[in-house]
Design a protein around this ligand. Structure first.
Ligand SMILES: NC(=O)c1ccc[n+]([C@@H]2O[C@H](COP(=O)([O-])OP(=O)(O)OC[C@H]3O[C@@H](n4cnc5c(N)ncnc54)[C@H](OP(=O)(O)O)[C@@H]3O)[C@@H](O)[C@H]2O)c1
Length: 242
């Protein structure tokens, strides 16, 4: 069955690998790729992809959704890839004294509020009859029951809150858009700028390529049961405790 896809946070390394694989999928008719930065080279390199610039403010997300709606195509695969862990001015907190307001606010906006604004605005777009999978990139460290190590306060909290928002949204989606499956997805430690500073402690063979993770995710999306419940799944299609 042919389909259109929507990839949000499309400059993520894993997102770019997924877009490439969607481009090569004969069943995929087109990809809307949303990012803060859309370069001319990206626009000219891709055949099926329409790039949409968005600064992730509520109004910008609304504009992007209007544009996507105006194309009147059926979108049945959505990847929401946004996530920050560190940047030039912040690193994950190791101790309580490292907590600061700016880091908490910045991380929560990018990792929690941004995906949730999309889940809210996408509801009318995803109400079609065809089975539709929405993968929102979470992280195992967002599992409250799995937190034995501590630290990484902002990132952990942002992903735990994201997971709760996904669970809660799935309850409403089950009533109002029955053909939508929401998945919180943990890609595993993947070779991207996000994990760069921490890669030296990753055991050999446990650092995945973006291409591998993107393929795993797209395969999972093709086979995941459409059960009207939120799932928290890892790259190997194993459930993670919330
Ligand atoms: N790599 C890993 O080991 C690993 C492990 C567990 C979970 N994850 C999760 O996987 C997802 C993809 O990450 P990646 O590894 O591919 O990282 P990446 O290459 O560093 O991509 C960063 C992503 O975050 C978005 N972003 C950056 N700053 C933002 C901001 N201020 N507001 C909103 N969005 C912002 C980017 O969107 P633009 O396209 O707009 O730039 C892009 O989608 C993230 O959610 C991450 O938490 C990654």
């Amino acid at each position: 069955m042919s389909f259109h896809a929507l990839v949000i946070g499309a400059n993520s390394t894993i997102a770019k690998a997924a877009i490439q694989q969607l481009e090569n999928d004969p069943l995929c008719q087109g990809v809307f790729s949303v990012s803060r930065t859309v370069s001319n080279s990206e626009e000219s390199l891709t055949r099926k992809t329409v790039w949409i610039a968005c600064d992730y403010s509520a109004s910008s997300i609304e504009e992007a959704c209007k544009l996507i709606s105006s194309k009147s195509v059926l979108i049945t695969k959505v990847l929401i890839c946004n996530g920050v862990l560190h940047n030039d001015t912040m690193m994950p907190e190791k101790k309580l004294e490292d907590i600061n307001q700016q880091q908490l606010e910045h991380t929560l906006y990018a990792n929690t509020i941004t995906p949730m604004l999309w889940l809210s605005q996408l509801m009318p777009i995803l109400r079609g009859k065809e089975p539709t999978q929405v993968a929102i990139f979470s992280a195992r460290v967002g599992s409250i029951s799995d937190n034995n190590m501590g630290g990484w306060y902002s990132y952990r909290a942002s992903k735990a809150a994201l997971n709760m928002l996904i669970k809660t949204s799935a309850i409403e989606y089950a009533r109002r858009a029955k053909n939508v499956k929401l998945m919180a997805f943990h890609p595993g430690t993947t070779d991207t700028p996000l994990s760069k500073p921490f890669q030296s402690s990753v055991p050999k063979g446990k650092l995945f390529t973006a291409e591998f993770v993107a393929k795993q995710l797209l395969d999972i999306m093709n086979t995941v049961p459409m059960d009207n419940e939120a799932s928290f799944l890892d790259w190997n299609n194993k459930s993670i405790d919330w």
